[in-house]
Design a protein around this ligand. Structure first.
Ligand SMILES: [Zn+2]
Length: 465
């Protein structure tokens, strides 16, 4: 059992218990240092079975065993006591469409007819700022509820959809990445821009939002099928002009998509080669799916620093195929997990990790619980090159973290009570958990979802006899 902490001397911690709640948190704390898939084992993470962290000015100011951290605090300091619950960096979702929040669980057989029959119809509504604003708020509420604190987000072709999203994310102080879809063919006319218009609109949005608050812009050609060669050239020029902007698109999701790309770009060696030819492969370029790649494509992905977003619930929902983790690892290709709502069937990263493990198992591969949680936190931050700010709980990182409830349901409580290792606890959470397991979400140390945590007070020091 925990010991009561006594303490006298202390460094200055701002008085706690303001509207955002205490700035000192006690609980189990897990944060990754490297990829557990690299064989580092216990050296790949830091885990405090009884840990504490202190937030100052939105950043982690101290972290360690509770005895050591709390021992420095003045008597009377109020702490948020999370008991046996697990504190983790917030989840990072590296591929999701906010404009598809109302398409989730729609019909459709496979990607191309699903786009035509449901998605394009819905995206047509996002030229209306009021509609876009309402959906953006709903979407961000859902992310908070599911413990996702950063996402790489597709908007629609309308600049209004991007303005609405960034305005909402900015009001919430979120670290978010998004961009206007570039799409000038093979889609309804009302959803098409042109190379010139996509250039002008993307540049205006970059100027307005990229680097403002915690926001970043992503140059976002939808996929090779819906962009002409002239528009991909524009995207490549934008990428050169804004080297620290993100690039976000889809790649090699289904076989029928591949066949169409071959017809449209007959001189390209592969689907990936189309993007490569326009200068769209580099660090901070994220490609969703990457299922139907060959060894040369994977080697090129690794070499270029581009990363894949593995979207298992979407790939299973639309029957697109199975992402090959072993082949990606063999090539040294970077990837993380993502939901791809609304092709994906859940906002929950826990549900996503469960499905990711099943996709691995269907191919005779494995995804360990430690690696799964790495991919959804530090692994995703590394794909974005933002690991100095998010994806970890370390001194100096931004205090975006979540609390997972080991008693979220009767079944989870029963199973975690008998769990002997951290891996067992994580496996139970990712197999049985969903948004009910996310007890609280904190952005820059401020609670934005969940009930206020129980509090405790540092007791006066007992006189030494
Ligand atoms: Zn997508």
């Amino acid at each position: 059992m925990r010991s009561a902490l006594n303490c006298s001397t202390g460094f200055a911690v701002t008085p706690l218990a303001d509207a955002a709640g205490p700035a000192v948190h006690r609980g189990r704390i897990l944060s990754f240092l490297s990829d557990p898939g690299d064989g580092a084992g216990a050296a790949s993470y830091r885990y405090f079975a009884d840990g504490a962290l202190i937030v100052e000015n939105g950043r982690v100011a101290a972290l360690g065993p509770a005895d050591a951290v709390l021992g420095q605090l003045p008597t009377g300091t109020v702490i948020a006591d999370h008991g046996d619950d697990l504190l983790l960096p917030g989840f990072i979702d590296n591929h999701i469409h906010y404009v598809q929040a109302d398409v989730i669980a729609a019909g459709g057989r496979q990607l191309l007819d699903w786009l035509q029959d449901y998605t394009f119809v819905e995206e047509g509504r996002f030229g209306d700022p009021e509609h876009a604003g309402e959906v953006a708020e709903f979407f961000l509420d859902q992310l908070a509820r599911h413990g996702t604190t950063t996402a790489l987000v597709f908007c629609s072709v309308h600049p209004e959809s991007v303005d609405a999203f960034f305005a909402a994310a900015g009001r919430r102080n979120l670290r978010m990445i998004a961009g206007k879809v570039m799409m000038d063919r093979n889609a309804p006319a009302a959803l098409c821009d042109s190379p010139e218009r996509s250039d002008l609109e993307s540049r205006a949005l970059l100027a307005r939002w990229h680097g403002k608050d915690r926001l970043h812009y992503a140059i976002t050609p939808r996929f090779a099928i819906t962009s002409s060669a002239a528009q991909l050239e524009v995207a490549g020029r934008l990428a050169r002009d804004f080297p620290d902007a993100f690039i976000h698109s889809h790649l090699a999701e289904t076989r029928s998509e591949l066949a169409w790309v071959r017809e449209l770009f007959p001189s390209s060696r592969s689907y990936l080669d189309v993007y490569d030819g326009y200068g769209l492969l580099r660090e901070r370029a994220i490609y969703a799916h990457c299922i139907h790649l060959d060894a040369r494509d994977r080697a090129r992905m690794a070499e270029s620093g581009a990363a894949a977003a593995f979207c298992p619930t979407s790939n299973l929902y639309l029957g697109s195929g199975l992402y090959d983790i072993a082949a990606a690892d063999a090539a040294g290709m970077r990837f993380s997990t993502a939901t791809d709502v609304g092709g994906g069937s859940s906002f929950s990263m826990l549900r996503t990790l469960d499905e990711a493990r099943k996709v691995a198992r269907l191919q005779g591969q494995d995804l360990s619980p430690l690696r799964a949680f790495y991919l959804a936190t530090l692994g995703a931050a590394r794909c974005l090159k933002l690991e100095d700010r998010i994806g970890r709980i370390e001194v100096g990182t931004e205090a975006d973290f979540i609390v997972l409830d080991l008693r979220a349901t009767e079944l989870i409580a029963r199973r975690t009570a008998g769990a002997h290792t951290l891996s067992d606890v994580l496996r139970i959470l990712m197999t049985l958990g969903d948004d009910r397991a996310v007890k609280a979400t904190y952005i820059l140390g401020r609670q934005v979802h969940g009930h206020p945590a129980a509090t405790a007070t540092i007791a006066p020091m007992k006189p030494v006899s």
